[in-house]
Ligand binder design. Structure first.
Ligand code: NDP
Length: 478
C-alpha cells in the first residue's frame, strides 16, 4: 500500500476534461499544490500514454493561459493514460495501480453517472482498505425531482454520502465564496441584510452566447434546469442563509438547506416566466434564432430564458422577493447577486434632486469582472445640493480565465476532502422541489419570444414592485 493519492479522470478525452480540468490541474502544478498526486486519464480510446500526452499538450495550448514549460513537463510526467470502457473488467484493470487513496472524477455524460459509479464499485475500486475513495460528479444531478432521487438512490447503493463530491462550479468562484466572507466577517454589513433594510434581491446570470455546440444537450433541458435549479438557487442560498456558528462543511450546508426548505411553494403562473431568443444583433453581429440553431427542433418550446420570483419565508427575509433570472443571447454578460436597499425613513432631502437618486445596491459580481460593489448616494461636488451615484468597489480580478480558477479551488478541496463547496444531496433534492412545479406547468404552452441581443422577454418585469427595475445588464460591464 502507498499513501500516494491518484486522481482518475474518466472521460479524459472529453470537453470538460481538456478545456477545464486539465488546465486547472496544470495551474495547481504551477502553484505547487499537487504534491505527490498521480493522475490517470481514462477513456474508451486506444491511445498510448504518449498519444494522450500529445493531445493534452495541444488542449493545454488551446485552453490554458501562460504555460510555463518547466511546470508543463512536470505535470505531464504525473499523468498516465488507460484505455477502456465502463465495464467491470476494464475498470478492474486499474486495481493494481490504485494501491493508495483514489479519486474518481466522472467527466462523463450525465446519462452514464449511475452506471459508472456502480461499475467502479463492482470492480472493487470503492473499497477503502488501501486509502480513501472519493467520487466526483458534475451537475446535472437529474432532470427533475424523481430522476434526481433515483440517481441518488443508485449512488448510495455503492458510495457513502461523505465519499461523494457533487460539483456546481459556480461554488468554486471567488465572488460566490466571498459572499459568505463579506457577509459574516464584517460586523457592519450583516445587521442590514434583512427585510428591514433590503426590499428586493436580484440574481442574474446573463450570457451573450447562444446554445453554441450544446444543442443536443440543451434542447429539451432549457434555462430553468440548466441554470436556475443549480447555479442561481445556490447563489441564493449563499445570499440569504443565516450565519453558521462554525466554518464547518456540514453546518454551512445545513444552513443552505434551511433556506431551500423555507422557500414558499411557487405558483408557476404568477412566479415564473420563460422566453426563447429570436434572431438579433449581439455586439453588432447578426445571430440566428434559437429554433434555427443546428440540432435544435425547429418547433422547440425549450426556454433559453427563465425568471422566477421566490420568497424565503424566514424572519430575516419576510416578504422580500428574491428574483432569479438567467438567459442566453442577451445584451451583455453579467453574473451577479444584488441587494436593493429601502429608502431612508426620513425625508431629509425631499424637494431636492436627491429625492430621486438611485437606491443603494450591494452587488456581488462574478462576471465580467469579479468584485463587490456598494452603490451609495453622495453629493455631487459643486454649489448645488445634487446627488450622484458613487461606487465603492472591492476588485478581485479582471475578466480572464476565471472558469479554470473555480475548478482549481474545487479540485484542491476534493484532494483535501473538504465538502464545503460541494452539494449535499438534500440541497439538490430541495432545489428540485422548488422548480418541479414550474417544470410541470411548462410542459404546456410556449415561451415568450425575445430579440437576441436585447434584455430578455418583457414578461420578466411583471414581478417588480412599483418603481423597481432589474439592474440594467449593460451596467454590469462597467
Ligand atoms: P462529453 O460529451 O464530451 O463526454 C466526455 C467523455 O465521456 C467523452 O469524451 C467520451 O470519451 C466519454 N463518453 C461519452 N459517452 C460515453 C458512454 N456512453 N460511455 C462511456 N463513456 C462515454 O462531455 P463533457 O466533457 O462536455 O462533460 C462531462 C460532464 O461534465 C457532463 O456531465 C457535463 O454535463 C458536465 N459539465 C460539462 C461542462 C463543459 O463545459 N463541458 C461544464 C459543466 C458540466 P471516450 O469516448 O473517449 O471514452
Amino acid at each position: 500500500m502507498s499513501n500516494q493519492p491518484t486522481l482518475v479522470v474518466l472521460g479524459a478525452s472529453g470537453d470538460l476534461a481538456s478545456r477545464l480540468l486539465f488546465p486547472a490541474l496544470l495551474s495547481l502544478e504551477y502553484r505547487e499544490r499537487l504534491e505527490n498526486l498521480r493522475i490517470i486519464g481514462y477513456a474508451r480510446q486506444e491511445w498510448t500514454t504518449d498519444q494522450f500526452h500529445e493531445n493534452l499538450r495541444a488542449a493545454i495550448d488551446l485552453h490554458a493561459a501562460d504555460v510555463d514549460e518547466k511546470y508543463l513537463d512536470k505535470f505531464i510526467e504525473r499523468i498516465d493514460f488507460h484505455g477502456g470502457d465502463l465495464s467491470v473488467e476494464s475498470l478492474g484493470s486499474l486495481k493494481p495501480e490504485l494501491d493508495g487513496p483514489a479519486i474518481f472524477y466522472l467527466a462523463l455524460p450525465p446519462g452514464v453517472f449511475a452506471d459508472a459509479a456502480e461499475t467502479i464499485a463492482n470492480a472493487g475500486l470503492a473499497d477503502e482498505t488501501p486509502g480513501f475513495r472519493r467520487l466526483v460528479i458534475e451537475k446535472p444531478f437529474g432532470t427533475d425531482l424523481q430522476s434526481a432521487l433515483a440517481l441518488n438512490e443508485q449512488l448510495h447503493k455503492f458510495w457513502r454520502e461523505d465519499q461523494i463530491f457533487r460539483i456546481d462550479h459556480f461554488l468554486g468562484k471567488e465572488t460566490v465564496q466571498n459572499m459568505l466572507v463579506f457577509r459574516f466577517a464584517n460586523r457592519f454589513i450583516e445587521p442590514v441584510l434583512n427585510a428591514n433594510h433590503v426590499d428586493e434581491i436580484q440574481i442574474t446570470v446573463a450570457e451573450t452566447i447562444g446554445v453554441e455546440g450544446r444543442s443536443r444537450y440543451y434542447d429539451g433541458i432549457g434555462a430553468l434546469r440548466d441554470m436556475v435549479q443549480n447555479h442561481l438557487i445556490q447563489m441564493m442560498t449563499f445570499a440569504t442563509m443565516e450565519p453558521p456558528a462554525l466554518w464547518d462543511a456540514e453546518m454551512i450546508r445545513d444552513h443552505k438547506v434551511e433556506v431551500l426548505k423555507s422557500v414558499r411553494r411557487v405558483d408557476p403562473d404568477r412566479d415564473a416566466i420563460r422566453g426563447q431568443y429570436t434572431a438579433g444583433l449581439v455586439d453588432g453581429t447578426p445571430r440566428i434564432a434559437y429554433r434555427a440553431e443546428p440540432g435544435v427542433d425547429p418547433v422547440s418550446h425549450t426556454e433559453t430564458f427563465a425568471a422566477v420570483q421566490l420568497h424565503v419565508d424566514t424572519w430575516r427575509w419576510e416578504g422580500i422577493p428574491v428574483l432569479l433570472r438567467s438567459g442566453k443571447r442577451l445584451a451583455a454578460k453579467a453574473h451577479e447577486v444584488v441587494f436593493r436597499f429601502r429608502e431612508p425613513p426620513t425625508r431629509l432631502f425631499r424637494h431636492t434632486p436627491l429625492e430621486h437618486a438611485e437606491p443603494n445596491w450591494l452587488v456581488f459580481r462574478m462576471s465580467p469582472s469579479e468584485c463587490t460593489e456598494l452603490v451609495v448616494r453622495t453629493k455631487q461636488p459643486g454649489l448645488d445640493l445634487e446627488a450622484r451615484e458613487s461606487v465603492l468597489r472591492a476588485e478581485y480580478a479582471t475578466p480572464d480565465d476565471r472558469e479554470a480558477s473555480a475548478y482549481e479551488s474545487l479540485l484542491l478541496d476534493v484532494l483535501e476532502g473538504d465538502h464545503t463547496p460541494f452539494l449535499r444531496f438534500d440541497e439538490v433534492e430541495w432545489s428540485w422541489r422548488i422548480v418541479d412545479p414550474i417544470l410541470t406547468a411548462w410542459q404546456r404552452g410556449a415561451p415568450e419570444d425575445y430579440v437576441g441581443g436585447g434584455d430578455g422577454p418583457a414578461g420578466q418585469h411583471r414581478f417588480l414592485g412599483p418603481g423597481h427595475y432589474w439592474r440594467p445588464l449593460l451596467n454590469s460591464t462597467s
